[in-house]
Write a new protein. Structure first.
Length: 256
């Protein structure tokens, strides 16, 4: 019963007046809230929610599972992906095309998600010592049936991709959270995994405009040079992620 009560604490809607939906809600309130540590009950509520979410028990995961390819063994595919020899492994999570083409959703140094995708994939094509796995957003299975998907965009722009750049099918039965137990660097433009994974101290690069970036949850990146420097050497990102996990957890409680 207590777990159900804690679970229901999250997943509500925000109505944000005079600010865009990707901007920090109530920045003055957050400025005060972030100064105070979470209580044990609050900390446990966040932990419980994300344990259920990462385990596929709550959230939007249920919208897509019926569209997954039942002939693909997710665990076997995941094991194969993570066994490929490389210097470093990166997982890139795309957003939906229509979700990121809206006004002012770029980054200070990338015009939009597509400019970021182009630059990031081009970088990894030139670095065969690394392994890049691109995971399309599973909502493409539901919402992109009548439009061009981001996965199709990548294929049109970059096919054939080199062996060290893996573009997953959208319908593979692998969730973003399935990569959490592996030693990888995560990349998103401004997806929700940016602050969700940060609560666990997982290193994640997020250059796009987002409410959690404005809150200081993710590593600050102010230029294209800084972005590519982190791809070359993510050590500062890894240290930041571990140190700021409690801060990210606090923001998760505040925003969810």
């Amino acid at each position: 019963m207590n777990e159900i009560k804690k679970r229901n604490r999250f997943g509500r809607f925000f109505f944000n007046r005079s600010r865009r939906d990707y901007q920090l809600v109530a920045p003055k309130t957050w400025g005060t809230f972030k100064q105070t540590p979470l209580t044990q009950e609050e900390d446990e509520a966040v932990t419980t929610y994300f344990r259920l979410r990462f385990g596929g028990k709550v959230g939007d995961h249920f919208w897509y599972t019926n569209n997954f390819n039942k002939n693909v063994q997710g665990n076997e595919l995941l094991a194969t992906l993570l066994q490929r020899p490389c210097k470093r492994r990166f997982i890139l999570y795309t957003n939906l095309a229509w979700d990121l083409c809206l006004d002012q959703r770029g980054a200070p140094f990338f015009k939009d998600m597509f400019a970021w995708l182009d630059a990031t994939i081009a970088f990894f094509v030139k670095h065969p010592e690394n392994h890049l796995i691109i995971k399309p957003h599973p909502a493409e299975l539901v919402w992109e049936k009548g439009t061009k998907s981001v996965r199709e965009y990548i294929l049109e722009k970059f096919a054939p991709l080199p062996e060290h750049v893996t573009l997953l099918e959208t319908n593979v039965p692998i969730r973003a959270a399935d990569f959490l137990s592996s030693d990888v660097i995560h990349i998103t433009f401004n997806g929700s995994v940016g602050f969700e994974f940060s609560t666990l101290g997982v290193p994640i690069i997020s250059p796009g405009m987002s409410h959690y970036k404005e809150a200081g949850v993710t590593y600050a990146i102010n230029s294209e040079e800084e972005y590519f420097a982190l791809l070359n050497d993510p050590a500062p990102l890894i240290a930041f992620a571990k140190e700021h996990a409690p801060y990210a957890k606090k923001y998760a409680y505040f925003s969810l």
